[in-house]
Design a protein around this ligand. Structure first.
Ligand code: SAH
Length: 416
């Protein structure tokens, strides 16, 4: 498969860096980031995508990583302890490892999942999501672009892909455009993508818009939570009406429908996402409980819609609340907790007594215990104490290998 001609040849110049003792310790402990302020000196100015070799006070090799002069995370660490050539073979080894870790998913009727989870798979700032034969390469930083000419052949030597699609974080978008005219959504290898990509998750069919969809097109991190919801609903006779708040393309809704919930409402502020939710129901008409379900859409702001439903006296047997991250900075944490408390109160206001509440958070700056404590406190204060059925963390394709990598937590509970 031909690779996009715009991609530059990887630079082989290296920068030598010397860092403060605290950073030395952090790197020895395997931390994947070196911050700008931890650098004591360096032998030259570097370009984005150069390789930086980090030495300790005694001039011994500490780590090698990807240099990023425009980011406070100045170096993203690729390898610690032993020096290595960061070339196609090196990337191939990482991809083989990442791929092996996810092998067991294939036996569950799943060919859409996260194949590379950035830092947590030893490739900081690089995410690869698989949608059957389509692979989306999501870059947090433009510093990866000069390495793509090595990364892509390595990936293609490990997976059978028809197409590689590039997605860029907001900060990477402007740099990619100005530096080499590379756009978010650009095809890096393979033919243009004219249709949504099809894939399976736990034997349910889905489609996703890999070019314009949120993140890379789908939220694979919720797969096991969706399956947990299905299991809980299937085991109970009393869950018929389900409200999926922040539904995106209907993931939780479909699992609930397969489990036997008969009246499902998907609520989201994005109409394109809800349109895809409708298509995802159409893609699963061979499953009887899905073909006969009543699936309604509500497009609007979740907080407002929940407020209205509550005042109208609408009640559901289950409410799932999976909001976007509310804390992108440390200073947002207070506001994020406030939003979680409000959503808990609003969710309970439309949940019948004895109903199932599912509350999820993907804000890495809000710890799991803090999140659960806040939810429980609001529930008790509203005379709706919760009995926890289970609470979950990360799925196997979203491993956690450093403290900031832990972001997902989800509570399943019955409310009085
Ligand atoms: N539960 C989904 C993923 C949710 S992602 C799944 O399983 O796939 C968060 C979603 O919240 C996005 O679809 C986004 O469009 C939506 N969103 C963000 N802010 C919102 C708001 N204020 N009201 C309603 N939806 C919102």
């Amino acid at each position: 498969m031909k690779i996009n001609k715009k991609l530059p040849t990887p630079p082989n110049k290296r920068i030598a860096l010397y860092v403060k003792p605290a950073a030395e310790r952090a790197l020895r402990n395997g931390h994947p980031w070196l911050f700008e302020e931890a650098i004591q000196r360096q032998n030259r100015e570097g370009q984005a995508g150069d390789l930086a070799v980090i030495f300790d006070r005694k001039d011994r090799f500490l780590a090698i990583g990807l240099y990023d002069p425009r980011s406070p995370i100045r170096v993203r660490i690729l390898q610690q302890n032993d020096p290595a050539a960061i070339d196609q073979d090196w990337f191939r080894e990482r991809f083989l490892e990442a791929s092996r870790l996810r092998d067991s998913l294939l036996e569950t009727g799943t060919n859409g999942y996260r194949m590379v989870h950035g830092e947590n798979d030893g490739l900081p700032g690089l995410v690869i999501d698989r949608y059957d034969h389509n692979y989306v390469i999501k870059l947090d930083t433009a510093a990866w672009i000069p390495r793509l000419a090595d990364v892509l052949p390595a990936l293609l030597s490990v997976v059978t892909a028809e197409r590689l699609v590039l997605r860029l974080s907001r900060s990477a978008q402007s740099i990619a455009k100005s530096d080499i005219d590379l756009l978010d959504g650009e095809i890096l290898a393979g033919s243009p993508l004219k249709e949504p990509a099809l894939f399976q998750e736990n034997r349910l069919n889905f489609e996703a818009d890999l070019i314009h969809g949120q993140k890379t097109g789908f939220f694979f991190d919720q797969r096991e939570n969706r399956a947990t919801l299905e299991k809980i609903i299937a085991g109970r006779e009393d869950i018929d009406a389900m409200l999926n708040v922040f539904a995106y393309t209907g993931g939780f809704s479909l699992y609930a429908a397969r489990a036997g919930a008969r009246n499902i409402t998907s609520l989201d502020s994005s109409q394109p996402a809800l349109d895809t939710a409708v298509k995802n129901f159409e893609l699963n008409q061979d499953i009887k409980s899905i073909s006969t379900v009543s699936h309604k859409l509500a497009c609007g702001d979740a907080f407002q819609v929940l407020e209205i439903y509550g005042s109208e006296g609408r009640r559901f047997d289950s409410v799932v609340i999976d909001p976007p991250s509310f804390a992108n900075r440390q200073s947002d944490v207070g506001r994020a907790l406030n939003a979680y408390r409000r959503l808990t109160r609003l969710g309970l206001s439309v949940l019948r007594p004895g109903g199932l509440l599912v509350m999820s958070s993907c804000s890495s700056r809000v710890g799991a215990e803090e999140f659960y404590t806040n939810i429980n406190r609001v529930a008790s204060r509203n005379d709706r104490p919760l009995s926890e059925l289970t609470s979950t963390r990360h799925a196997l394709d979203h491993p956690v290998n450093f403290p900031q990598g832990a972001y997902l937590k989800c509570l399943f509970a019955i409310a009085d």
